[in-house]
Design a protein around this ligand. Sequence first.
Ligand code: ATP
Ligand code: MG
Length: 649
Amino acid sequence: MYQPSEATVGRARIAGRAAYDRLVAEAEADPGAYWGRLARELLAWKQPFTQALDARRAPFFEWFADGTLNASYNCLDRQVENGLGEKTAIIFEADDGAVTRISYQDLLARVCRTANVLKSLGVGRGDRVVIYMAMSIDGVVAMQACARIGAVHSVVFGGFSAQSLRDRIADTGAVLVLTADQQVRGGKQLPLKAIVDEALGLGGCDSVRHVLVTRRTGGAVPFQAPRDLWMADLAAAQEPVCEPEWVDAEHPLFLLYTSGSTGKPKGVQHATGGYLLHAALTCQWTFDLGPDDVFWCTADIGWVTGHTYIAYGPLAIGATQVVFEGVPTYPDAGRFWKMIQDHKVSVFYTAPTAIRSLIKMAEGNDAVHPRNYDLASLRILGSVGEPINPAAWEWYHRHVGGGRCPVLDTFWQTETGGHMITPLPGVTPLVPGSCTLPFPGIDAAVVDEAGNELPWGQGGILVVRKPWPSMIRTIWGDPERFKASYYPEEFQGRYYLAGDGAMRDKTTGYFTITGRIDDVLNVSGHRMGTMEIESALVAMTDLVAEAAVVGRPDDTTGEAVCAFVVLKRPLPSGDEARRIAEQLRNWVGKEIGPIAKPRDIRFGDNLPKTRSGKIMRRLLRTLAKGEVVTQDVSTLENPAVLEQLGQPY
Ligand code: ATP
Ligand code: MG
């Protein structure tokens, strides 16, 4: 266990376990009063709400429903009114290293111009706008501009194919697509506008009236008048002032499709008031962001992390943040560390997949090891997206955080809007591999299939028993799927079902995420999380870079363990592969027990991942069964590895 240091506790907004316990007790006693108090303290309301929670239409819960506000006003105008106009809102670093800073007042002016452009094209309250852009100030401006006029944005990650983009445009019924001519990543120019054209050409996108294009590279792109328009031409004619559209708290702020790790992506709908509250609150309590911090969240605005912890949260509390266009490995794998050094980043938030790949690179090339950079500005580190295995956690803590920065393993989902289970830096002693305790007000529990709470120490299903403000409101256009997915009959619609398995520690009550519900293995009657076996494999730090474990049906044992492994050495084959496989099996047997020994082990240069960097376990399950992959692989980043992983040892 790592205790919070005196320095961390000394400046933390929530300091000490007693302070945490008081908040938890306040929330438990009266959730409406608790969240209502915070919503009044953290957000500026045009029309104050009179009731915090309305549960009459449960599970379609409503929060602050008779209050009105505007998200963009809360993120921008409010800061300017509070004297932060000249404070840097965004430090943007381009792929080639060029740095642009924009102040709150300049960001506000840009958002207003863009909002006026949208209005001039007839876009208004409730209209959907798809944003297909790369990491840029323009991307954040586009999102904020939609929020300003009450339009509902749906950001599609700039790495998605025309088909994925088309599906999302068609599902949202967007009236307009905002994009850029091209994007630049890792020294390469990649298309954006051309892919929008291709997507619209696939059909089903008749709702789209205009494609609004910003310039990034100035490269030649196909252009179709009168449908296509250059943002710069239109913006020049607009005033840098735009009265915000005051919307009800329940007005949808955005739609965002989930990563697709487990199946067809779902169009998650978030509401303005509750979402913004949690975005702001978690920036203050989890990241402890204060006036002098420089925050950097490395997520893309195409994922929920880039929404909550780039486009909304940091701005809603007037923080300074870094936005990065490029990739962590260009021009070399020291890029993150160099940027932390250059911008004096104090709070850094990234994903386990990035950490694991940077570990591998740093160990292969000492020049890009974090020890070569001055990372003294760091005070808090965060992780999100997947479970972070203890070996990666320890490395992050030691080599990036210098042993002094807490590593916050934040568990949450697109559907939850913000952190659900997470350490608070000034409160929670840390245990590598555990996301520790629920955020105050989040009533998380581990239950069995019948919905009964399980004793600590027993693995089960993660649920949230009480509604909370930033929860998903519905799946766009499919309320039945919303109910079936998140408030299923099996729990009589009482609990929000996260879809993840979890276990609470016997003595501390700390939560560990054990994997997706369907990732819990049952080998000869023994239930175990795939995560545990993965952690054991990755703990062989000099041999294994990354590992994923799934089950496959087996006649004698019910299920058999299959491990997919990326080594820190060239891809082995034949006898060498068999020898390493045996070594790994023995290690797992020793670490966890013979029952957990993988039946087959498969090696690859990489693992199949979604565009958000998550391991696609559903694909691995198909491979483990020896079946042909027929699933939707549209969100797969590196299809080539499927073949290597077909060979069991
Ligand atoms: P889909 O819902 O389409 O299958 P997805 O669940 O990967 O995709 P996201 O909402 O981006 O889409 O990811 C949320 C999931 O990521 C969580 O349900 C959990 O499985 C995993 N996750 C996120 N953070 C953590 C964490 N700190 N520890 C463990 N798992 C995490
Ligand atoms: Mg999910």
